[in-house]
Design a protein around this ligand. Structure first.
Ligand code: COA
Length: 166
């Protein structure tokens, strides 16, 4: 089985190797990677699933903004990547990582979470197309999803999702 734990610096290499196996070599070309360059993942929301010494799952969250920082952008979270070891998928690991991290994010006072992913997977966690809520990522017109952690947090807010660092 597995247990959910905070990611530590000692886990970094194993997490990167897991991501290579789960997503393949092109993973760093994805649009969402641009949002992570030069920005640190939020430590308390960087979780791993461990089975003994092995890391079998990973999830992280990054700060992002609706709008631009200099113009009073609204701080939000960008979830990703989420991955489970290819030979260990379908055992509930991904589900545990998503649910635990969303609970921690809400408790820490975060109000809105975005991600780029499949609606068919993420709608069970309350994510919906961000475009319907008036927030877009120009390179990902269809796959940008959003979930409010505080009901009404997105009310009156529209714009482009931007990296935390220009
Ligand atoms: C997607 C992923 C994280 C799910 O983790 P997991 O531990 O395998 O998932 P769980 O065991 O918690 O849940 C499995 C459920 O997710 C569903 N599922 C998995 N991938 C899915 C997808 N792309 N679309 C829709 N449903 C999906 C399964 O059908 C299963 O449904 P069920 O509970 O109704 O039977 C994992 O399969 C993975 O790492 N995939 C490759 C990387 C990836 O696509 N990451 C997501 C990027 S946004």
């Amino acid at each position: 089985m597995f247990r959910i734990d905070r990611q530590t610096p000692d886990d970094d290499a194993a997490v990167e190797a897991l991501l290579d196996r789960a997503f393949g070599p092109g993973r760093l070309e994805k649009t969402s990677y641009r949002f992570r360059q030069g920005v640190a993942a939020i430590p308390e929301l960087s979780l791993v699933a461990r089975d003994g010494e092995a890391i079998v799952g990973t999830i992280r969250y990054w700060p992002a903004l609706i709008g631009e920082r200099l113009r009073g952008g609204v701080p939000v979270l960008l979830l990703g990547p989420l991955a489970v070891e290819p030979g260990r998928q379908g055992e509930g690991t991904g589900d545990a990582l998503v649910r635990r991290s969303l609970r921690l994010a809400r408790r820490a006072g975060h109000e809105v979470v975005f991600l780029v992913g499949d609606r068919g997977y993420y709608d069970r966690y309350g994510f919906e197309p961000a475009g319907k809520r008036g927030v877009v990522m120009p390179d990902e017109p269809k796959r940008l999803l959003v979930r409010e952690l505080r009901l009404g947090a997105l009310q009156g807010i529209r714009g482009v999702l931007c990296p935390w660092k220009g």
